[in-house]
Design a protein around this ligand. Structure first.
Ligand SMILES: [Zn+2]
Length: 244
């Protein structure tokens, strides 16, 4: 159960624009309504968001996509009620769970001092069989870097001691929510915020507008399937861990 003495601050770390909306947009909208301050961190520069069958990819084209997708992400974050969006600008498609990425995330954890961290799974779930697309290598890398940033690095002053010189002192995140994990024993009822999630997804027009009706139908179907086992109309599933 929620400990009301802990600050209502959450940090969300994902690889790409639209990952947060697909993964846990309904949960973020619900928490924002409940007074949570939520900061969204997007690890990549989103420069790989063109058609998969592209035959000519220029630096200028990648830069143009970056500008569009960042604007879409900021608009979607406004729909969800998030406080801030931060881009770490790592090259899209090439993200690794590097020490440098971990340091960047530790820096943000120590700066915002979240009670909750939400991120993507560093492990593939092989079920259901359409889940392979959820486990883009950037997602796996963002998840691995986030979880190692939370524990042990953010709460251990001996990891990245140079951050102490920046006034960024150890902070212990209390709860970890991982989406797309092989085991997901926690659900959030998003019956009241599913429409907000859909509206936030709609802001990612460069990626989704061509087939938004189909995407909306699938998201509603997944949400209903997730909710069925828990007797709610719509749900998002997580692996949730307490950092005791
Ligand atoms: Zn993604």
């Amino acid at each position: 159960m929620e400990n009301m003495e802990l600050p209502k601050t959450a940090l969300v770390v994902v690889a790409h624009p639209d990952d947060a909306e697909f993964g846990f947009g309904g949960t973020l909208a619900k928490w924002a309504r409940d007074g949570w301050d939520i900061v969204l961190v997007v690890c990549t520069d989103a420069s790989g968001g063109g058609p998969d069958d592209a035959r000519d990819v220029t630096p200028a084209a990648r830069n143009a996509i970056t500008v569009i997708r960042k604007a879409e992400q900021r608009a979607a974050a406004r729909v969800l009620g998030l406080k801030e969006v931060i881009f770490l600008d790592q090259p899209d498609g090439l993200l690794t769970p590097s020490i440098e990425l971990r340091r960047m995330i530790v820096r943000l954890i120590r700066r915002f001092k979240p009670t909750r961290l939400l991120c993507q799974s560093p492990d593939r779930a092989w079920k259901p069989n359409y889940a392979i697309g959820r486990h883009h290598s950037d997602h796996l890398a963002a998840g691995a870097a986030s979880i190692t940033a939370m524990y042990p690095s953010a709460q251990n002053g001996w990891d990245f001691p140079e951050l102490l010189q920046e006034g960024l002192f150890p902070h212990k995140v209390r709860e970890l929510y991982v989406v797309g994990a092989p085991e997901m024993g926690h659900y959030e009822d998003i019956s009241d915020t599913l429409d907000i999630k859909i509206n936030a997804l709609r802001e990612h027009a460069s990626q989704l507008a061509a087939n938004f009706e189909g995407i909306e139908a699938r998201v509603r179907q997944w949400s209903a399937e997730n909710g069925k086992n828990h007797n709610v109309a719509a749900a998002e599933l997580f692996s949730k861990s307490e950092n005791g």
